[in-house]
Write a protein that binds this ligand. Sequence first.
Ligand code: PA5
Length: 422
Amino acid sequence: MKFIYTQPHDWTEQEKTLAPYIDHCKQVVATSDYNALEASLCLSSDKEILAQVDEMIKKKKTNELKYIIVIGIGGSNLGTKALYDSLYGSVDVLTPDRYPKMFFLDTIDPKANTTFLNYFDKYITNENEFSISIISKSGGTTEPLVNAEILLGHLKKQFPNWKDRCVIITDNNSKMWDEGKRIGIDVLGIPKKVGGRYSILSAVGLFPLAMAGIDIRSLLKGAESMRSLCISDTSENHARSSSIFQYLYLQEGKAIHNSFYFHPELESLGKWYRQLVGESIGKDNIGVTPMVSIGSVDHHSMVQLYWGGPSDKTTELVYSKKQSSCLVPSDPLFPTLSTTEGKDTAEIVSAIQKGTALTYENQKQPYFEVVLDDINEYEIGAYMQYKMMEILYLAHLMKVNAFDQPQVELYKIETRKILVKK
Ligand code: PA5
């Protein structure tokens, strides 16, 4: 992964502010300190968690496995969906013979639930064909609880061994943990100090992804190598650079950050990052509003605003060095219109990327580029680790607590109160 940016101002002061915090993070990693708020930094090298996940995979994986269903919302599913979609998402529907496939049940959507149950009734004949992960850090979130009741309530009528096909992933102290144990469903834990949006490298992401055949060792390796860079005192500390970059522009009133991905399959990755930004630093009446754009869909929808509207944003252009290839025929159907006959789409996409970066440059809009070597487990693992560390550093500069989400909790409490009253 390569990180290209122009340093906006002198940032010696911010480097000095971050230095002790980066040292602290280094210490957390060196001592595997799961009591620290930054406990998620220990995950990429945690052999114990990996062994627990491997053990569960051995128990649950079957040769007939076709459907991995993830019930969870927010930090409990966005990271997993980001990875799955990065690798398969945008064309998943066009590869009907590729299994296992993942389905995500997050919101309570009666139409989606009913369609899903009908699909199950029609296409699943054998319980070895599916695996269900019920994921909730707190164990008390309304949406996953409702979806789990609906799906499992339906399945148990048809599949006598339904419990064997489920795994609950939750905090070791949650009521869901106790319930899982009581009714005889296997349970995997989430370390106490690892919050939802930082949990992708725990069992939350590792178990369902490995069930789907995704190479979690490579994912962890990518994250671990990025972690080494981002606790170092070198110019390769991308998390430090981009946190300072965003911080300095935030001081100038650029309070919107646009993540511009040049591969449609990375849209879910953008949504994962959006949660990380929104919940980690949107508090105490300050924050950065995260946006996700897709190249070149949004060139024909949003760039007018980006380049002609208010200069209130920083932008991150993300693309992969390795591009798939597809040739435009050299004998065009529309010879008077065509300018690209015989060209490779990789060349055309690359021209759009370069053209976009140049326009940002010419329009004097602050941006940086993240160039992935490829779109695979290793690179996405590295990117996710970089982003989680960037947000820790940005929160430190902004002097906000990156680990809580008090306003999200408010809505959960009010919803529960309303439901109990009725
Ligand atoms: O990052 C967070 O902590 C939140 O977004 C949670 O992931 C989200 O609210 C879902 O909560 P839970 O995993 O407890 O069901």
